[in-house]
Design a binder for this molecule. Sequence first.
Ligand code: GGG
Length: 360
Amino acid sequence: MTTPQKFRIAAIPADGVGIEVVEAGRAVLDALAAASQGRFTFEWQEFPWGSDYYAKTGRMMDEDGLDQLKDFDAIYFGAVGWPTVPDHVSLWGLRLKICQNFDQWANVRPVEFLPGIQSPLRKADTTELNWVVVRENSEGEYAGIGGRNLSARPGSGEVAIQSALFTEYGCERIMRFAFDLARTRTHKKVSSVTKSNAQQYGMVLWDEVFTSVAADYPDVETESVLVDAMSAKFVLRPEELSVVVASNLNADILSDLGSALAGSLGLAASANLNPERRFPSMFEPVHGSAPDIAGQGVCNPVGAIGSAALMLDHFGLHDEAKAVRHAIEVVTGDGVRTRDVGGTATTREVTAAIISNIAS
Ligand code: GGG
């Protein structure tokens, strides 16, 4: 018998429903490992970081937290944010700290329409629709540059400045990532999201890099669309989309819109990738901690389980990733759904149904 492949995963459930959905994703992965006949195993270490940890220690994660994480094969993350901690403190203290320090510069957010789930789009059949939002995840509007209390304008009261940083290097690598991804898809197209009519420095550089990278991919169709027009296009002409590349903030907003159009934020999966594999990549549902339903066992685990499938792909376990995605489709099609998508099933019931469909 060959030695099993061992994958070491750091689990960070963090806040609210993050705890319930990480439990769900772990159950699916453990079931896969148990059924793998010794081909692979997952070794988990759970970290208790998040807003409760902040209440006890004044920190969202340990001071040497990045050092504790750096040798894992991947990080499986839940959600961050809780009413007791200002949102910018919890986000920058945990999720963004990990993304930026581990140079997870490509955030891949597929928008997938699942069987049996009603979309607010006015289309008879949405099951053929799917596109991917590629989010620049290291700079742009999330560069963290700025300050407050700058008495720059007499009579204005307090002044705050928040700058966006666009580098040619950062733009080029995310554009190339988007084009390489488009080449793997049936519809070979990249749509770049811009706002260069108003943001005349950073977004103009973004557009210029897009044009110059596009020249290296003559086989891939392109378009450059203003973010306002792109949000309308998501609703009115989504069949024209394949890969949508956007800056940090624009992509964050558009991917929420995409998942809402697919039926619920609870369905959307994502991967924060360090494509060079110098650092661990991080897999997490797109949704946040949802304090209004946290702890009730009713949140939708599909986004987190889909994120576990993206992690399987990252490990090279492509058949297993496909099996998980297929099981999700069967289960939503069969009507085993949480209440955000019109069902009555609990988080654990949906998870158990997905596991039993993988096994069958
Ligand atoms: N699982 C994703 C998550 O926890 N998101 C929380 C959030 O507030 N994200 C905003 C952002 O990352 O831009």
